[in-house]
Write a protein that binds this ligand. Sequence first.
Ligand code: FAD
Length: 98
Amino acid sequence: MAGGKVEGCYGLTEASAGSDAASLKCRAVLKGDKYIVNGTKTFITNGNVAHYCVLAATTDPAAGAKGIITLLVDLKDTPGFHVGKVEEKMGILASGTA
Ligand SMILES: Cc1cc2nc3c(=O)[nH]c(=O)nc-3n(C[C@H](O)[C@H](O)[C@H](O)COP(=O)(O)OP(=O)(O)OC[C@H]3O[C@@H](n4cnc5c(N)ncnc54)[C@H](O)[C@@H]3O)c2cc1C
């Protein structure tokens, strides 16, 4: 990413967790040496082209903001990941929002 060869994105926002990001529902469960992640993100800049994502997820919803971790996810090598709707925007057209 630093060399400009691949794109990255930052995945925090969810449909019901925008300004109040600590209420996110994307869940990360540690199984052995891997996290199993389930959730849906929205409004992610470069989400339609990114190779990697710094993804925010909760390991413990009852812990609020303290339960949130960030994971570096290889979007090209993660079974189950897919890009959803790419937004049609009035501006900021140089980057996709997905
Ligand atoms: C073009 C674009 C690119 C983006 N890229 C990314 C990205 O790369 N990664 C990512 O994670 N997210 C991204 N976002 C999401 C962005 O961070 C959220 O849109 C933002 O956090 C606001 O959340 P929301 O849209 O749910 O609005 P809401 O949180 O629903 O807010 C709607 C309105 O209510 C107001 N409001 C909210 N809470 C309160 C309160 N408690 N008191 C008073 N007023 C309040 C807000 O100020 C706002 O005016 C992007 C959004 C856009 C539009």
